[in-house]
Write a protein that binds this ligand. Structure first.
Ligand code: MSP
Length: 503
């Protein structure tokens, strides 16, 4: 179980500001958000960071194509991410842009620390570069001469670059992995990262002279920092690496959530860069697969990108959040389809959660004059809550939202079954009916807390309808789910369906 006295620092990758946000980006961001919300419920001091990656050739070229400067371009496009995250009610505590001053200072400090440690030298480099990845490839990595990830031609580049001596960190990384068996999750991804290390590590270039949109090296300003060295540093910039050593001490290291295509950067380069500067590697890296549309990865070239905003129109914010958390297991690739999403929405949200609320509020209105009875101290449902809570907490802790939500929805389903069995709507008003409805109201109270990381709006509305004012985010776990806290005597409101069924 989590030690709630430890601060919790969780991050998403920073997204290339060129791209329009699509559901692949939303998937990681929603997951990080739900995990942050869960940890806040546990009373932890949470810091949740997301942001945008704004330097490098990709952005410089896009700005040229759009007849503006890179910063003008970034200023225009960053808003798309900020708007998307606002719409999805992402509760990030900070949003970092790599073009910010605070980040320049952090990158230069980290570079200088690696340089002073003797881990940087000047070499001439010739290689095959994919601008979309902002990374070099070996001939053997290519797919018929094209980038294996983007399927686009690579460019032949010769440059005098500063290199980071990654090869020096082979043993230190092996030792780190051996001492921290959970460093990378899931285990298949850990093995993949170890595979890279065991193959033997090559130094990588950390500067460019061919572009000027980037952060100058402190000891040789004719070079700008390679965009990946720059981007990875965001995680320490936002933890106070330069301007707040005390904050840095308490926040760092972070838990990173990333997609499988950026594993090498986060699980090999990044811990080595940190070690070189005498800093701790991340606490953990959780790697997820791709969301596939019709079996294919989304990409601009395939024109199969789906914007989160389009889904929000049909499914609402909670519907979108719930789908990505419950249907897409965090780890393997997952197929996205409107049909799958509709099925999940109808099953979980309309038929289970929505139906439970509607039944309970309807029967309280007809049998109890709209006043909710108190919870019954020894209800059979209390045990179910206790048993499922362990699985819920464990699921969020391991960043397995689908398992946490399976367990949450088992509570809801069991309660619906309990009501179907007891059929309070058929009985005359009286203590028996009150006891059953008090139990169901208590479950709604508890679920409004447990489900709030996934469906925050529905949870606020559930509480309003059963007469509870305070926001679910003000509740603390596990005390708030101890059985018997629904006080009774509160006004219960019938209302429109929480989640209207979709065709
Ligand atoms: N800017 C770098 C990350 C730097 S982090 C220090 C980058 N940006 S990105 O915008 O191209 O991708 C960001 C994240 O989105 C990656 O984790 C990537 O795996 C994820 N996804 C992009 N397409 C995706 C899917 N189709 N499905 C799931 N996630 C995907 O890389």
């Amino acid at each position: 179980m989590a030690d709630v006295t430890n601060p919790y620092y969780v991050t998403t990758p920073i997204y290339y500001v060129n791209d329009a946000p699509h559901i692949g980006h939303a998937y990681t961001t929603i997951t990080a958000d739900a995990v942050a919300r869960w940890n806040r419920l546990l009373g932890r001091d949470v810091h949740f960071l997301t942001g945008t990656d704004e330097h490098g050739l990709k952005v410089q070229r896009a700005a040229e194509e759009n007849d503006c400067s890179p910063i003008e371009w970034a200023d225009q496009t960053v808003v798309r991410f900020q708007d998307a995250w606002n719409q999805l009610q992402i509760s990030n505590d900070d949003f970092i842009r790599t073009s910010e001053k605070r980040h320049y200072a952090a990158v230069q400090k980290l570079l200088q620390a690696c340089y002073d440690n003797g881990d940087v030298d000047l070499q001439t480099y010739e290689g095959l570069y994919c601008v979309s990845c902002e990374a070099y490839f070996n001939e053997t990595d290519l797919d018929e001469g094209n980038c294996p990830i983007h399927g686009r031609p690579v460019e032949h580049v010769t440059e005098e670059n500063y290199f980071f001596k990654l090869s020096r960190y082979e043993d230190a990384l092996k030792d780190w992995y051996a001492a921290h068996p959970d460093f990378v999750q899931p285990a298949t991804k850990r093995n993949e990262a170890l595979g890279f290390i065991n193959q033997g590590l090559q130094d990588f270039s950390i500067s460019r002279t061919s572009i000027d949109w980037g952060i100058p090296l402190p000891w040789d300003p004719g070079h700008v920092t390679y965009v990946w060295f720059d981007a990875l540093t965001n995680y320490i910039t936002a933890a106070g690496y330069v301007d707040n050593p005390e904050e840095f001490e308490s926040r760092w290291p972070a838990v990173h959530l990333i997609g499988k295509d950026i594993l090498r950067f986060h699980c090999v380069y990044w811990p080595a860069m940190l070690m070189s500067a005498g800093l701790q590697p991340p606490e953990r890296v959780h790697v997820h697969g791709f969301l596939l549309v019709g079996g294919e990865k989304m990409s601009k070239t395939r024109l199969n990108q789906i914007a989160p905003a389009d889904l929000v129109e049909d499914f609402g914010v909670d519907g979108v959040r719930h789908h990505f958390l419950h249907d897409q297991t965090f780890g393997p690739d997952g197929d996205f389809s409107h049909e799958g999403m509709t099925a999940r929405y109808n099953a979980d949200l309309a038929n289970n959660l929505g139906n439970l609320l509607s039944r309970v509020t309807t029967v309280v209105t007809s049998k109890c004059e709209g006043v909710g009875p108190a919870a019954n101290p020894d209800s059979p449902l209390a045990e179910i809550v206790q048993a499922e809570y362990q699985k819920i907490a464990d699921g969020w802790q391991r960043i397995a939202p689908s398992e946490a939500l399976d367990a949450t929805w088992r509570i809801i389903r069991e309660t619906n079954a309990y009501l179907e069995n007891a059929e309070p709507w058929k009985s005359d008003p009286g203590p028996d009916v009150d006891a059953i409805l008090g139990d169901a109201l208590e479950i709604l109270r508890i679920v409004s807390i447990l489900a709030s990381p996934a469906v925050p709006n529905a949870c606020i509305e559930i509480r309003r309808r059963i007469g509870l004012d305070e926001d679910p985010t003000q509740q603390q776990l596990p005390d708030s789910i101890e059985w018997g806290q629904y006080p009774g005597g509160l006004p219960v409101l019938k209302g429109d369906p929480l989640f209207p069924r979709l065709k």
